[in-house]
Design a protein around this ligand. Structure first.
Ligand code: CP
Length: 306
């Protein structure tokens, strides 16, 4: 694996290799914590290039790179020469000239990381940290890690993904990975306006009612409404959306009693999820964040050839 740009087409063996590698980076006595430090990326430079805001992804990539003993450079895009009109690829050329080894790229333009990967020399690696509405592969992988941690077997899992799937790169990456790992019951729940038109072809079951879609599921993944990717008039009215698609304790009770609740963050409480669910006993939302460190350690060490 030279780059990680998408989970579409990534073979099952490769996904499992990443998850198994991530597991090696967690403490045997406390699987919720990663090993403190390993020398796998000593002497390598990881450049975090976040052209779009981030809390979880940017920070956990930085922690992960430091745990691998890499040098980490966080380019502050708001004070960079991007503001003076420098093109994306000119910026990249200059960072390659500074001996970059790995670029971690988030961009509002779908496929921008692919464009970078096609442009740079072969010894430099690109990891997509979320591009437009296209893909968020490390989020998809950490979500698979979380599901495997709590539920073990993908083939018997029933997974409901709720909300703005149309604009969600997280949902797209999750759907790719779940299908590859053999999940046979993937459900999309939301209004027609927020569901992509090709879900049928992918074998995803479509529901426009939470009461129908949540029945008997093992995993409920709620998503933020991606207002920044919508045109004027497309944004659902907050109250209306919550009334129909908000994940409340009453609705969660329709899922299996041991179902887990996931959310990639950032959450909008009272819009897609009730605080009682977000902070409830079935929520694994903060576990997802923690697992992201080991998963990103695995991805960086694998693309760098370890
Ligand atoms: N899940 C996720 O991508 O969160 P951030 O936008 O905070 O990185």
């Amino acid at each position: 694996l030279t780059h990680l740009l998408t989970l579409e087409g990534l073979p099952k063996e490769q996904i499992l290799h990443i998850l198994d590698t991530a597991q090696q980076f967690v403490s045997v006595t406390d699987p919720a914590r990663e090993v403190k430090k390993v020398p796998l990326l000593r002497g390598k430079s990881v450049f975090n290039l976040f052209f779009e805001n981030s809390t979880r992804t940017r920070t956990t990539f930085e922690i992960a790179a430091k745990r691998l003993s890499a040098d980490v450079i966080n380019l502050d895009i708001s004070t960079s020469s991007t503001a003076k009109g420098e093109s994306l690829l000119d910026t990249i050329d200059n960072l390659v000239a500074m001996q970059a080894d790995i670029f971690v790229v988030r961009h509002s333009i779908s496929r921008a990381p692919i464009q970078i990967a096609q442009h740079i020399p072969a010894h430099v690696h690109v990891i997509n940290a979320g591009d437009g509405s296209h893909q968020h592969p490390t989020q998809g992988l950490l979500d698979m890690y979380t599901m495997r941690h709590f539920k073990k077997d993908f083939s018997s899992l029933k997974v409901a993904i709720v909300g703005d799937i149309l604009h969600s790169r997280v949902a797209k990456s999750n759907i790719c990975a779940l299908r590859t790992l053999g999940c046979k019951d993937i459900r999309a729940i939301g209004p027609e306006s927020l569901l992509p038109s090709d879900l049928d072809m992918l074998g995803i079951k479509i529901f426009h009612s939470m009461e129908e879609g949540l029945k008997g599921v093992d995993v409920v993944m709620t998503l933020r409404i991606q207002k920044e990717r919508m045109e004027a008039g497309q944004v659902p009215e907050g109250d209306e959306f919550f009334k129909q698609y908000g994940l409340t304790p009453t609705r969660l009770a329709l899922a299996k009693s041991d179902a887990i609740v996931m959310h990639p963050g950032p959450m909008n409480r009272g819009v897609e999820i009730d605080s009682a669910v977000a902070d409830g006993t079935q929520s694994v939302i903060l576990n997802q964040v923690t697992f992201g460190i080991a998963v990103r350690m695995a991805v960086m060490s694998i693309v760098a050839g370890n």
